[in-house]
Design a binder for this molecule. Sequence first.
Ligand code: AMP
Length: 185
Amino acid sequence: MNIILFGPPGAGKGTQAKLIQETYKIPQLSTGDIFRTSIKNQTPLGKKVKSIMDAGELVSDQVVVELVAEELKKDEYNNGYILDGFPRTVEQAKAYDVLLNQMNEKLKAFIVLQVPEKELVNRILSRGEGRADDTEEAIIRRLEVYHRETSPVQEHYSRQGAVHMINGLGTIEEIFVRIQAVLAK
Ligand code: AMP
C-alpha cells in the first residue's frame, strides 16, 4: 500500500504518517527527516542542503528524486510506504510516476490534509520542535514555496483520480479516523 500524505507545512503530515506507520505496519519515508538526519551527521548531502533548508527553500528536484529512488530500493519498503514531504514539485511527481511504473506498483491514495492558512503558522510556532527552519521568516517562505511549487502537485494527481481531501482540523485521533476511512476503500 503506497500512500502520499500531502498538505502545507504545519498540516500534520508527520504526525499522521507516524500513526499510519504504526497501525498499518508500513514505513514512513520523509525526505525532510532524511535531510535533517544528514545535516545532524554532517554528511556530504547534509552539507549540501543545510542552507537551502534553513531558508525554507526547496532542495533541487534532481537531489530529491535520486534520494527517493535509492531509498525505495530498500527491502523495508517492499510492502508499501507513506511518503511525507515528497513529491513537492510537479517534476518530482512525474519522476515518481516513472519510478512506480518501473517497480510495477500503484499509488493507493493521495491524501490531502486541509488546514486553513492562519492556523498553520500558529501550529508550527507552537509545536516547538526547535527546527532551524521554524523561524517566522522561514515559515512564511515555506508557505510561499508551498503555494507556488507544491500545490500544483495536487492537480497532477487529480487527473489520476487518486486524490482524497481530509479535513485537517480536529484532534490527532479524529483526523486519523478520517484517514483510515479513506484507506479502507
Ligand atoms: P519537511 O520536513 O517536509 O517540512 O521538509 C523540510 C525541508 O526539507 C523543506 O523546507 C525543504 O527545504 C527540504 N525538503 C524536504 N522534502 C523536499 C522535497 N521533496 N523537495 C525539495 N525539498 C525538500
